[in-house]
Structure formats: structure tokens, C-alpha cells
Design a protein around this ligand. Structure first.
Ligand code: MTE
Length: 319
């Protein structure tokens, strides 16, 4: 994984941050006044079929951090998405023409309800929430991103997994024409990720369909990706087309590529170094070239919500 400088984006392509922040303040104050802004007209999420289109009826969440949010330019031009190239600005440059519609998600495995679902039907039963989370990449940089998504627990509930399901496995679209980076052999395609069922239903885990109040840009994983804020960013698989309920721990892409460097759990842990660099500190993108690195927190600072998932587990061995 390489680290390069972000490139420039035309201002016409950028969501106005002022508008975005105003909208957020409105949402916050509405919540304070009304106790809840969920109106009776809200029966489920409607996903616009264009990247960057505004998302309606997004609810604020108690799980959001109030740390300074990274600007849209950082979050959309400094990416890892190897299906569109290896450099940080490749996903922005090379995913411009990617069509994320029509899009369907196959749900398979140990569950009462399985099948192939159109993305609209997949998210329709759910309300959208804004989750402002820290994201810590395994490469020792971090950002604060205002995602819009649905708790994975709510999605999982609708498929009624069987008690035999111990893990959930995810796969990205496998299409070398639409995702030209898949012609390279840097990873075994499709990109694969997985979580234990307990991790998947933890309230912090979401499937994101947007950011900054708008539909996900292609380079960030349109139309739907995973966000697991206490784990290294590579667990946040993008462009998901398949979700499987399985009976054992699935093999994940990075684990297959370099098992001594990237584990299945991938919990953020300042005490467990990557074999080639320390994980003790991180560079907050956008903090300026002269800013010092900040200390990395165990579970990326989300220990209160997730530490119990790993009681009795040796985090050094199960990195
Ligand atoms: N998902 C797919 N399909 N392909 C990828 O290369 N990269 C991962 C993750 N999800 C990746 C992926 C890595 S290494 C990181 S750090 C995050 O996406 C980056 O998310 P962002 O570009 O939205 O910040």
C-alpha cells in the first residue's frame, strides 16, 4: 500500500461544505427541538441513482464523533480502491465512468431468506443514519468521515440468519472491464472481507450508501460498502455485490495476499506493529505537512462499544 499526495478536483464536483455543515446543524437542532425528527412520512430509505445526489431524511446518531470532519476533497481524492489502480488518486481518476446502476446484491448461505435483491429493495426497509466516524488505515493515516448508512444489524435481521451462521462474508463486484484494476494480480479478485456475526451486528457496524449527506462517490465504494470503525480501513469493503452467511471464518483478500501482515480481525491496535512499520501513531490527513502524528487508540477509540467482543482473545495472535 503506497501513500501519495491528493490531487485536485474541480470545485464544481465538490459538495459545498458550508451547505453540508448548515444542513447538519439543522438536523442537530431539529433533533433537540423535536426529540426525534422521524416523521410519519418516513417509511424507508430511497437511494438516488446518481453518485453525489442528496440523500433525504438522514437521521443523526449518538455514535457520531464531534471531531473535526475531513474535507470532501481529502476523502474523495485520497483513496484505496485497487480495482481502480494502486495510487491514492487513481480511484478518483479511474472510477469516473463507473456505472453503479443497475446494482443487485446476492444474499446466500445460512439464512431463512436468501436471493438476489435490487439495491433499492435491499435498503428500502431501513432508515438512513449519519455516522461520523474516525477511519484508521493500516498504512498509519486517518480521517474523520461523515458516512450515511444503515446499521448492518438491521439489514441482517431481515434475512433471519440461522444459528449455524458464525460469520458474514462480503464480496465486491468481479468485472475486469468495469473494474480494470482487476486485470492486475496484486490481489485475488474479487475483493473479499468478513466479520464474525457478533461484529456484524454490533451497533457501530454500518453499510454506507453515502457521505456528506450525499450518495457515495464511486471512488468511496458506490453504491454500497461496509464501514467498521474500530478496524483498519481495509475491512471496509467497497462495491458489495454479495453477502453470505457462513459456518466458518472466511478467507479475506488481504489475509490471502500477506497472512503475516494482515489478519482476519484487523482491530486497530497501537501495540501490535505491522511487520514493516509501527502502528503506535497516525497521520491525520488534512492536518498539514508540519503537524505531528497523533497517538493511535486501541480499537480506534471505540473500545467502550466493542472491547467485550474480544474478551479472552489474544489480540497479538489474532491481529
Ligand atoms: N474495497 C475494495 N473492493 N477494494 C479495495 O482496494 N481498499 C480498502 C477498503 N475497501 C479496498 C476496499 C482499504 S485498504 C481502505 S483503507 C479503505 O477501503 C479506504 O476507503 P476510502 O478510500 O473510502 O477512504
Amino acid at each position: 500500500m503506497l501513500i501519495k499526495k491528493p490531487i485536485s478536483i474541480k470545485s464544481s464536483e465538490i459538495t459545498s461544505e458550508t451547505n453540508y455543515l448548515n444542513r447538519r446543524n439543522f438536523l442537530k437542532s431539529s433533533t433537540l427541538i423535536g426529540g426525534s425528527i422521524i416523521s410519519s412520512s418516513l417509511i424507508g430509505a430511497n437511494l438516488p441513482d446518481e453518485p453525489f445526489a442528496e440523500l433525504k431524511d438522514v437521521q443523526p446518531s449518538k455514535y457520531s464523533t464531534d471531531e473535526k470532519i475531513n474535507n470532501f476533497l481529502d476523502v474523495t481524492s485520497y483513496n484505496n480502491y485497487y480495482e481502480f489502480g494502486l495510487d491514492k488518486d487513481d480511484p478518483y481518476k479511474n472510477s469516473r465512468d463507473f456505472q453503479s446502476r443497475p446494482w443487485s446484491i446476492e444474499v446466500t448461505g445460512e439464512a431463512e431468506k436468501t436471493g438476489v435483491f435490487d439495491i433499492e429493495d435491499f435498503i428500502k426497509p431501513h432508515l438512513l443514519e449519519e455516522r461520523i466516524y474516525r477511519m484508521r488505515c493500516v498504512e498509519a493515516w486517518s480521517m474523520v468521515i461523515p458516512w450515511v448508512g444503515i446499521p448492518l444489524a438491521d439489514i441482517i435481521k431481515t434475512f433471519k440468519p440461522l444459528s449455524s451462521a458464525t460469520h458474514v462474508k462480503f464480496e465486491t463486484l468481479h468485472d475486469r472491464e468495469r473494474m480494470p484494476g482487476q486485470k492486475s494480480r496484486v490481489l485475488k479478485w474479487p475483493y473479499r472481507e468478513g466479520l464474525t456475526i457478533q461484529e456484524a451486528v454490533n451497533p457501530l457496524t454500518i453499510m454506507a450508501v453515502g457521505m456528506y449527506g450525499r450518495a457515495l462517490p464511486n471512488q468511496n465504494g458506490a453504491p454500497i460498502r461496509l464501514v467498521v470503525p474500530w478496524k483498519y480501513g481495509f475491512k471496509g469493503i467497497k462495491g458489495i455485490v454479495k453477502m453470505s452467511f457462513v459456518k466458518s471464518q472466511p478467507k479475506t483478500s488481504w489475509e490471502m495476499a500477506a497472512p503475516n501482515e494482515y489478519g482476519f480481525y484487523a482491530n486497530v491496535n497501537p501495540k501490535v506493529s505491522h511487520p514493516r512499520w509501527s502502528q503506535a501513531r497516525e497521520r491525520r490527513i488534512g492536518s498539514g505537512v508540519f503537524a505531528s502524528k497523533q497517538p493511535t487508540q486501541l480499537f480506534n477509540g471505540y473500545g467502550e462499544q466493542v472491547a467485550h467482543l474480544y474478551d479472552g482473545l489474544n489480540l497479538r495472535r489474532h491481529f
